[in-house]
Structures are given as C-alpha cells and as structure tokens.
Design a protein. Sequence first.
Lengths: 131, 131
Amino acid sequence: MSAGSLSDTYDFRSRCSIARTMEILGDRWTLLIVRDLMWHGKHTFQELQTSAERMPSNQLSQRLKRLVDWGLVTKEAYQERPVRYRYVLTERGRALEPVLLQIMQWGHETLGGGLYDPVAGRTVSPRSVER
Amino acid sequence: MSAGSLSDTYDFRSRCSIARTMEILGDRWTLLIVRDLMWHGKHTFQELQTSAERMPSNQLSQRLKRLVDWGLVTKEAYQERPVRYRYVLTERGRALEPVLLQIMQWGHETLGGGLYDPVAGRTVSPRSVER
DNA sequence: AATAGTCACTTTCGATTCGAAAGTCATTAT
DNA sequence: ATAATGACTTTCGAATCGAAAGTGACTATT
C-alpha cells in the first residue's frame, strides 16, 4: 500500500475488505466515475457530468472530492487563465479495473447490459432488456 | 438469463452493465448480505443481523426483499410452528462470487482489510490499518 | 464596451432514505 | 404466568439526494 492518502489512517468500522471497500464505492455514482475515467476518456468535470447517467453536479463534485481524498484520483490543472482541471486515476484507482470487469460481466449476463471491451475501446454487445 | 425475476422486465436507466448492477448492489449493505450468505453460513434474519457490521434490522429487511425481487435470493420456511425462514442465494446470486473476490482483493491490497479464503473457509490475513 | 458563452463548481431546498430504538406477533420454554 | 426467541415493522429525527438555479473566472463575439 502506497503512502499519503486517507485510507492509511482512516478508522474503518469493519476489518472485512468488502465492507471497507463498500465504505468507498458503496453508492450509485462512484464506480461510474471510475468507469468513465478508466475507459471512456472522460477527465473534466464537464465530461463526467454529461455522461450517460446524468449524475447531478453536486453529487459529482462530492464524489470527486472523496475519490481524491481516498487517493484513487488526482486533480490537476491542465491550463491556467482560466484554470481548468483534469481528473486522473492513480495506481490505486486503476487497480479497480478487475473489479469493474467482473461487475460488468455479471451485469451483462444477468441484467442484459452492454459489454465494453477495454482493448477494443468499444461496447461489444449492448443487449437491451427494457420493454 | 433465466426467467421469472424483476430484471427481466425492469426498465433500467442505462444500458451500461455497471450502471445497472449499481442499481442493485450500489449501497453499503447489499453486498455484505451476499457475502454472509455466500461464505459465512448465515442464512436466517437473526444471523444476518448480528453480522460484524451490525446493519439495522429495517435495512436488512428491505434489502432482503429487494434481493428476492431481483431473483438473487430465495426465502424459504425451514420450519412451521413457529414459522422460521432461511435465505439462500440463487444461481444468479452465487454468480456474484467472482465480483466479491475481486472486491475483496482490492480492499485487501489498498485498504488493508482481511482476505477470506472460500475454499479454506476462513480469513487468511486480516491486516489492520486503524490507529 | 457590452453581451454571450464556457467551465467548474456551489447553493438552495423539498423529497427521499437512513438508522437507532422500541414495538409487534407467533410460539416455545420455564 | 413470565421470559425468551425469531422475524420483522414502526417511529421519527437526522443525514443524504437530486433538480434547478446561481456564482466566479475568464474568453470570444458584436
């Protein structure tokens, strides 16, 4: 575990790795931000906000702050005057890819969602179950 | 995908498998219930409620209902007079094991949580990061 | 010089959800 | 009769959510 982020000193309620992870990723939005940063080339506030699921901007703002606090994402200015920011996954954040892949697999198989291929960079088979 | 549960007709907001999965598992408690059913031999309301993280009984009640609605869990009476229930993962529910394993791995590596070995049936290395 | 536009947020505020505690109901045990 | 157990449900104040509008720092256009 690398140094310098909240998770080094944070007092978790549980010693269980899954419970701990849920304290970070256990909501509707956080993993979607990670998905967009990881696979969909979205890096600015604007890009993330206009993502498919339309998460409210105040939620996005909050989640990004937490992700930075947890050391999963860094925020860097990519230009001055006016200053604009880019969000990038850290190594810890990128280490979530296998988690994302497994969740995607399960969601595809049991809920009929799309299957994104990170190598090809596109969604392979977006089955639809609605209607 | 097998027949007969909510996810066959439910109208998801997104076609993304990850977003869809988050509509089911995207909270602090649901995956912990799945964990307990899958690995820790907890099957009754009581057992689940007295699990390590002490989830409130009304939340447990609600989540179990949802899990049944989504077809990830079945509820069966294991005795009459007085009637007592047992919750069991369906095939869909058990298919979450790889997801659980990946999340556990990540939580272990980056948050210092324990590592449970489903084959050995015990937690191998509960690192502690608190303090 | 004035107006419009863009980006990155923050604020507001009503609605929803959470969670701690206590209560309910059926039935068995003492 | 009283206590105990299991499986919930109810209550209710506190925290969180989310839709919409607002803010501040600029740049671009007329």
